[in-house]
Design a protein around this ligand. Structure first.
Ligand code: SF4
Length: 378
């Protein structure tokens, strides 16, 4: 069995961004205290897999985990270390937002073993940040980044969003110039998705903000890949770039079928074989369930053989290194090249996929249209 990853969801933010549909709410210290106690209880009572194997990644996601105090983080890490065998060189990532940390808090997080910082820069344009309802400025991003470096973080990831309402290609290119100039070890980039029910969706409906231009977003993606290659970054996953050796070890588990166990509201888990389960999404209900000593799991699903095959293709192909068709045949007894001969031929002719020996890979053009490619395997 491959080593497992642990995900801990911290559902608090300083304010609510206009495009956000994550399971998060505003930070309140009393609620945060109760929540952390609940997650510690959930971890301590964990019995989902009989013999938990080695854990080599821990990921604090949210939300804004950097709003927690070092003492709260320590309580969570101690609970994980008590329940699992955490390897010495584990990658321990914390998501943070610019402006939510001080030199003192970062130094304390580092002291606790946080080895990787992932932070939501999103854009290097103050007008765009304001449009997104972000609670920070570009100056905060720069200051957080230099504090991270000062206290010794040598593995830092930025999130960037492309395709914002009113964003021009020129402004996006300026964002890229700024981001690459700082040389973070890792970059995750997303095309903005407008979710129903968010303030942004309402702003677009009422004309307060322009409708994002999908063709322009596609061009931004293409430009990003070009500029990233020039700057020495590897495009290792559809939405992720890194300097050599700095792939996210935790997120790679999601795409390669490794087990991961999620704690906290809305956290998802996978046993590495055929079972996926998920916790209650609502924070208050989650806390109430754990405080009543009942399981917070509200969805539990066994994957069929065909689910597992489809997952192995559409998750595996997110990695630009591709899927080994020989390994796939050994695992599932299906020859992808034969079973999907017509679709593969069409995608190959359209320049969306390519074969490299027995590796089946997306091309850069295919990465942008990945959902269409994956749908053929479902
Ligand atoms: S910081 Fe992230 S999780 Fe929090 S409201 Fe903004 S987008 Fe949502």
């Amino acid at each position: 069995m491959k080593p497992a990853g642990i995900y801990i969801h911290i559902p608090f933010c300083r304010s609510r961004c206009s495009y956000c549909d994550f399971a998060t709410g505003l930070y309140e210290s009393a609620l945060a205290e109760r929540y952390v106690a609940s997650v510690v209880s959930e971890i301590s009572a964990w019995r989902e897999v009989i013999q938990p194997e080695t854990v080599d990644t821990i990921y604090f996601g949210g939300g804004t985990p950097s709003l927690l105090s070092p003492a709260q983080l320590e309580a969570l890490l101690n609970a994980v270390r008590k329940c699992f065998s955490v390897s010495l060189n584990a990658e321990v990532t914390m998501e943070m937002n610019p402006g939510t940390v001080t030199e003192g808090s970062l130094a304390a997080f580092r002291e606790l073993g946080i080895s990787r910082a992932s932070f939501g820069a999103q854009t290097f344009d103050d007008r765009e940040l304001a449009r997104l309802g972000r609670s920070h400025t570009v100056a905060d991003t720069r200051q957080t980044f230099s504090l991270l470096r000062e206290v010794g973080f040598d593995n830092v990831s930025f999130d960037l969003i492309a395709g914002l309402p009113g964003q021009t290609l020129e402004r996006w290119e300026r964002n890229l110039t700024e981001a690459f100039a700082l040389r973070p070890e890792h970059l995750s980039f997303y095309l903005l998705e407008v979710h129903e029910g968010t303030p942004l969706a309402a702003h677009i409906k009422t004309g307060l903000q322009p409708t994002p231009d999908e063709d322009l977003a596609a061009e931004m993606y293409r430009v990003m890949l070009e500029r990233a290659a020039d700057a020495g970054y590897l495009h290792y996953e559809i939405s992720n770039l890194c300097l050599p050796g700095f792939e996210s070890r935790h997120n790679t588990k999601y795409w390669t079928g490794a087990p991961y166990y999620g704690f906290g509201c809305s956290a998802h888990s996978f046993d590495g074989e055929s079972r996926r389960w998920a916790n209650e999404r609502d924070l208050a209900k989650y806390v109430a369930m754990v405080e009543r000593n009942t399981s917070a799991v509200v969805e539990d699903r066994r994957l069929s053989d065909s689910d597992r095959r489809a997952e192995a293709v559409f998750l595996g192909m997110r990695m630009m290194a591709g899927v080994r068709t020989g390994e796939f045949r050994e695992l599932f007894g299906v020859d992808l090249r034969r079973a999907h001969a017509d679709e593969l031929k069409n995608f190959q002719q359209a320049g969306l996929i390519e074969f490299d020996g027995d590796l089946l890979k997306l091309t850069s053009a295919g990465a942008l249209l990945s959902n269409e490619v994956f749908a053929a395997f479902m």
